[in-house]
Design a protein around this ligand. Structure first.
Ligand code: CP3
Length: 344
């Protein structure tokens, strides 16, 4: 631990600098597909892991050591910073976050408290400091974006269509803006705290933003995201913006003060660049292909690498998270292949 020379390939790719090979990490790379994680989960609940720096650091390091990826991502959930602001959230197995006090009115919005990350979530800073001593790859901090957070807050749990969320947005634009402002403050303060504690890059997860049309994104979401990334940019730490099903939003995203766009498999990377996107890119292997025979998986990865590497600033990742049925050995083989195939 810590003896290995520091591998900054991922940070270089975020900045569109020359790299010796294509860096790779996987969204949700720590989780139930790992037998070691499942063992730890027998002893602790999700939030018990999150709140115990020793265990949380161990879970964060696990995929780095097991898969040989070029970055670690802090183990937490997008719901973690919502607990201290007064959201009663439970992570229900095979379902996701469920909220017992969903937002329905402006009173519910106003009831949400401001966040003081250092006192509300000291274990996050402690985990990051510990990891910086232990890791020889960069540590990515993360948070949820206001729209995606609000979708859980308003729906009360996972949703397929986000009707309640978007209904609230259309019917109560002032209350909606108040909610976006409040969540933007949470996301910004929480990420700045992670950066002060030692996070070397940050990713904002806007997983469900693809459900919003481009005109509505411009009107109801873009100003909030511009505010968040403007604040983060002042730190000089690379920023990444992820969403799924976002082909129609990428031109707008290209105008935001963010460094890397993380895209899913519904659009080819060559078509992303053809839109005039000039930021660094991350993605975009369909996670389902982890269940494909190796030869097919390899062909898919090769095709993505060839497209991604047509311009500087490319990081290999999945188009969405690793899932419980994925196999460790398939991810190990994929990681080695990416490194070998792209080595200069
Ligand atoms: O990437 C990593 O390894 C870091 C850990 C991480 C978790 N959640 C751990 C987790 C990250 C980055 C997240 C982000 C997250 N959480 C997102 C954005 C990324 C995405 O997948 O879109 C979202 C939408 C959530 C909300 C959430 N939390 C979901 C959908 C789930 C899974 C529900 C299920 O059981 O399938 C969770 C729970 C969760 N978060 C687990 C883990 C490892 C599994 C719960 C467990 O261990 O019991």
């Amino acid at each position: 631990m810590g003896q290995k020379p520091f591998n900054d390939t991922f940070l270089k790719a975020c900045r569109k600098e020359e790299v010796p090979y294509t860096p790779v990490w996987y969204m949700r790379q720590a989780g139930r597909y790992q037998p070691e994680y499942r063992e730890i989960r027998k002893k602790y609940s999700f939030f018990e892991i999150n709140e115990n720096p020793e265990v949380c650091a161990e879970v964060t390091r696990l995929p780095v050591e097991q898969l040989g990826v070029d970055a670690a991502i802090l183990f937490a959930d997008i719901m973690t910073p919502l607990i201290p602001i007064g959201v009663d959230v439970d992570i229900v197995p095979s379902k996701g976050p469920v909220i017992s006090n969903p937002i329905r009115t402006i009173d519910d919005v106003q009831r949400l408290k401001a966040i003081a990350p250092g006192t509300d979530l000291p274990f996050i800073g402690d985990t990051i400091k510990l990891l910086r001593e232990q890791l020889s790859v960069p540590l990515i901090g993360f948070a949820g974006a206001p729209f995606t957070l609000s979708s859980y807050l308003i729906e009360g749990g996972p949703s397929k269509d986000y009707h309640k969320t978007k209904g609230f947005m259309y019917a109560h634009p002032n209350e909606w803006q108040a909610l976006m402002d409040k969540l933007a403050e949470v996301t910004t303060a929480y990420l700045l705290y992670q950066i002060e504690s030692g996070a070397q890059a940050v990713q904002v997860f806007d997983s469900w933003i693809g459900s919003v049309g481009a005109d509505d994104y411009e009107k109801y979401i873009a100003p909030t995201m511009a505010k968040i990334f403007t604040e983060l940019k002042k730190t000089g730490v690379p920023t990444i913006y992820f969403g799924s099903g976002t082909a129609h939003l990428l031109k707008i995203w290209n105008q935001l003060p963010v460094d890397v766009l993380s895209v899913d498999w519904r659009i080819d990377l060559k078509d992303v660049r053809a839109l005039g996107i000039n930021k660094a890119l991350q993605g975009n292997l369909d996670p389902s292909t982890l269940l494909a025979p190796w030869d097919l998986l390899k062909e898919k990865a090769k095709n993505i690498l060839d497209q991604g590497n047509e311009a500087p600033g490319y990081i290999f990742n999945l188009g969405h998270g690793v899932f419980p049925e994925a196999s460790v050995s398939q991810l190990q083989q994929l990681t080695s292949f990416i490194h070998e195939y792209t080595k200069k």
